[in-house]
Design a protein around this ligand. Sequence first.
Ligand SMILES: NCC[C@H](CC(=O)O)[C@@H](CN)CCC(=O)O
Ligand SMILES: [Zn+2]
Length: 330
Amino acid sequence: SSPKSILHGGIHYPLTRALQAERSLTKDMLMYPMFISDDPEALDAISSLPGQYRIGTNKLVEFMNPLIKKGLKSVIIFGVPLKEGVKDKTGSRADDPEGPTILAVRLLRKTFPDLFVACDVCLCEYTSHGHCGILREDGTLNNDLSNKRLAEVAVNYAKAGAQCVAPSDMMDGRIRSIKQGLMDSGLAHKVMLISYSAKFAGNWYGPFRDAANSAPAFGDRRCYQLPPNARGLARRAIKRDMEEGADCIMVKPGMPYLDIVRDAAEIAADYPISVYQVSGEYSMLYHASKAGVFDLKSIVMETMTDFIRAGATLVLTYYTPDILTWLDEE
Ligand SMILES: NCC[C@H](CC(=O)O)[C@@H](CN)CCC(=O)O
Ligand SMILES: [Zn+2]
């Protein structure tokens, strides 16, 4: 065979294999999604997301301490109101100053000054109909009213101390609305705006909707989350969000959409690229490893390599607490 047909010489030893990596996973690259309950005393195990909890604000510091010790650098907060009567047609309690999200932001910023605190921005946990935006009488989205509301919510989270807001709603133009809201409030210079730019409708979010009590009461999210077959729309949404002022571009779900992560890394080459390993991916890996398909640590660390190879620089994953330990074992 010709000299160039010999590839094995470059990967025979662990060091030479390590040299093949363009980047390696560090703790800075991990953002931990957390569910904050409106019951301050809650520490509820989430059956659909084994190992994850809905945490009340009175239990949050105790829950966080070991994670901070392990080197946790950032979290993204999802408020989960379970009390009766909180949800309404416009999600008016999303930025309730006594609601779980704002209370958690204040507590985390006060207790852990070095922790980077992001907030997911959406209405679905706070709307009676469970959709991510405000609806018209005919049941379709009122995009402009939704953007106005989402910008108010994002600004209020920022005012409470969030250093990052990440709108997962998928309304058209919400990045511009939120960026403008941050600028008008004199906060745009110190709040990172992560856009869930390429977020796909489909079957991967079930465990989250169970955990966050945020499933749509009717219909689905196919009129505002991208269709799985829409590579072109994803590329257009990424370019649009860059234009509207996003500081970081996210793709979601993760493993099934690595081609879109690669697209994002090429289109938004000068931006950090984020990927969300969503609840369905998390639970699938968990149960498959329980069933003996593979070793959990090995498979999770391999998916992290996959995200990085595809171009991601920030990974949102419920495996963050485990990965912090596994990185120290390497
Ligand atoms: N705002 C939408 C929430 C959305 C799930 C859904 O579409 O219901 C994601 C949260 N940003 C789900 C995340 C996950 O499944 O882990
Ligand atoms: Zn939503």
